[in-house]
Design a protein around this ligand. Structure first.
Ligand code: ZN
Length: 95
């Protein structure tokens, strides 16, 4: 009788360990899937504003790469909206 009790106890322990490893495995899988969502890139802005020079550029413009990050601001509106906000088109990329 004592032996049967011991086996039942052992079985319960095995089930608990199996459950924990399964949950751990699931958490690991979820961790991996959230890692792949890290690769998500935000939508490309229509234009990039230079808030200091009051100019707007195409995101591909060479001036954007040289821009001080403090003055750099992504703009998702239209060309007209940028002009209405007091920005003028860049002379290089001519947006
Ligand atoms: Zn430009």
């Amino acid at each position: 009788m004592e032996k049967k009790k011991a086996i039942t106890g052992l079985l319960i322990i095995i089930l608990i360990i199996a459950g924990i490893s399964f949950l751990g495995f699931r958490a690991l899988m979820q961790g991996t899937s959230s890692n792949s969502s890290k690769d998500y890139t935000p939508p490309t802005p229509t234009y990039v504003l230079n808030t200091y020079r009051k100019k707007f550029h195409y995101p591909t413009c060479a001036s954007v790469a040289q821009m001080n990050p403090e003055n750099r601001q992504n703009f998702y509106g239209t060309r007209e909206e940028a002009i209405a906000q007091g920005y003028s088109p860049c002379g290089n990329c001519q947006p």
